[in-house]
Design a protein around this ligand. Structure first.
Ligand code: C2E
Ligand code: MG
Ligand code: MG
Ligand code: MG
Length: 286
């Protein structure tokens, strides 16, 4: 009896695996053509500084409108893009689009607006990244200091020396760097003092349960204190309500990003969002 179940179990398992592999394979094929077919789009989420009462930046977030599956989250296709090497053309496209958009805002908006671009670890480690970014900045006319590159701690896991070198080379261009999802990786903190990092992004994971989780409160307070003493800027991600906002302000983190202020939006909606100033009115409530 047990043997039979085992066999059935095995059979079922391998069937599932085969289906999974098949789905993945189809997605890879579709991903290959998605760029050409114009199925990729960038949306932008505002980054708000409540201390300066200014919208300081927009994070570019990738969306895939697949005719087969509808909108596919980057959390699903970025890992596949990384495994297959498709992240290189895709990442370059993202940089081009975001810098082009940033250059438009640089001309049309009264106060400076940074554009933040996510770089995956593989992209960060590609040898000609600095050269590519330099070229894109030149072609689009975006001021380097208005480009912020978001990297995660994972870029320091494999080859610390190579990461330092890449970062230093890119910093020479004048671009800014932030650590995304700070505190969720496994790297040691010692890299922070060695690297020219401008800003730390407090991960959504710690912001989510601020109200109820004393551990998360402690981690956020410690992160704020550490960033300040290292002379780094800060922003909190995933702010969804007023209690979270109040806690962050109370402890000295004035820059925030999250659904409470705005969900990611198409570029054409950005100017009216900025000029409506709704996010500052929101912050004053309660
Ligand atoms: P991330 O860079 O940490 O971006 C934050 C994610 O949280 C985004 O999801 C954003 O839409 C979402 N978010 C923002 N505010 C809130 C909030 O208040 N509540 C909740 N629940 N979520 C919020 P998204 O756009 O699905 O992106 C997921 C991840 O995919 C990003 O995490 C980033 O790591 C990656 N990604 C997105 N675009 C790109 C890209 O162009 N290149 C690369 N390499 N990775 C990208
Ligand atoms: Mg990010
Ligand atoms: Mg993040
Ligand atoms: Mg992330």
């Amino acid at each position: 009896e047990a043997k039979k179940n085992g066999r059935n179990g095995y059979h079922f398992f391998s069937l599932q695996l085969a289906e999974q592999a098949e789905r993945r394979h189809r997605m890879e094929i579709n991903l290959r053509s998605a760029l050409k077919e114009g199925e990729m789009q960038l949306v932008y989420q505002p980054q708000i500084d409540l201390g300066k009462v200014r919208i300081t930046g927009m994070e570019a977030l990738l969306r895939w409108q697949s005719p087969e599956e509808g909108t596919i989250s980057p959390a699903r296709f970025i890992p596949l893009a990384e495994e297959t090497g498709l992240i290189y053309p895709l990442g370059e496209w993202v940089l081009q689009q975001a810098c082009r958009q940033g250059a438009i805002w640089q001309k049309t908006e009264a106060s400076p607006l940074c554009v933040a671009v996510n770089l995956s670890a593989k992209q960060f480690h590609q040898p000609d990244l600095a050269k590519n970014i330099k070229k894109i900045l030149r072609e689009t006319g975006l001021s380097p200091h208005l480009l912020e590159l978001e990297i995660t701690e994972s870029v320091f896991l494999e080859n610390m020396e190579a990461a330092i070198e890449a970062l230093t080379e890119l910093k020479k261009l004048g671009v800014q760097f932030s650590i995304d999802d700070f505190g969720t990786g496994y790297s040691s903190l010692s890299y922070l003092k060695k690297l020219p990092i401008d800003r730390i992004k407090i991960a959504q994971e710690f912001v989510r349960d601020i109200d109820t989780d004393d551990g998360d409160k402690a981690i956020i307070k410690a992160t704020i204190a550490m960033a300040k003493s290292l002379g780094m800027k800060l922003i909190a991600e995933g702010v969804e309500n007023h209690q979270q906002l109040a806690f962050l302000l109370l402890h000295g983190c004035h820059a925030m990003q999250g659904y409470y202020f705005a969900k990611p939006m198409p570029a054409q909606e950005v100017p009216s969002f900025i000029h409506s100033e709704t996010c500052f009115k929101l912050a004053l409530q309660e």
